[in-house]
Design a protein around this ligand. Sequence first.
Ligand code: HEM
Length: 229
Amino acid sequence: MKTKLLHTRWTFNERFQHWALAISFIVLVITGFQLKYPDAWWAKLLVGGDILFDLRSLLHRISGTIMLIMSFYHIYYMIATKRGRQLSKYLLPEKKDMQDLIKNIAYNFGLRSQPPEFGHFSYIEKVEYFALIWGTVIMAVTGLMLWFQELTLLLFSTWVIDLLTVIHLYEAWLATLAIVVWHFYYVIFNPDIYPIDTSMITGKITEEAFRDEHYLEWLKIQEEAGEDA
Ligand code: HEM
């Protein structure tokens, strides 16, 4: 039997961070929209029914706190660990990202025969990461200001509470749609990936996927291995 070569893409720590964020985000989406639309037909249908519905405000705050703790841990991880610093370096925007975007548009319009080649992260993954960071900052700041309203009102007029609620709500829609449409396309619905990208479960991708999706990094590893041999 032919065994598939596997390449490690995510460590256990990174997968733990991903799933802690994913689970807290899902609970925030469900409980947040239950708060906004309490009379909607689906609001009491979810697993947990009435109990979840009655506790929605508390669960929203608990999962918000988990998301905040994980965000601070993530900052520490990206700055203070060797692997985190390496990933931070890979995530830095560079001139090549803009060139890759233009090449990809040209490829999708049939003006180029080949798509661009990527390193550890493509420009698409970098934009998604920075959108996540930006979205989390907005949700955390507005969420905390709504949570500690008395404190907010010591500093601002009452209309600020309405403004914060509107920002929190529309960013919630944006974040939810970004995950469902954008992220789920890249990890589930993309015909090359379907039914699911398992790398966030196993931590590994096949050698074939590594070569196809991160060709420049794959090439570098081959060259280094050649030099060592
Ligand atoms: C970072 C952490 C977050 C914190 C600290 C936070 C906090 C809050 C608080 C205190 C409220 C008011 C709750 C109440 O009336 O009892 C609220 C409402 C809400 N939250 Fe969050 N939240 C966070 C993240 C999120 C996320 C990620 C989503 C969805 C993607 C979300 C969706 C909502 C929605 C839809 C509402 C109702 C807004 C309205 O009434 O118009 N929240 N949040």
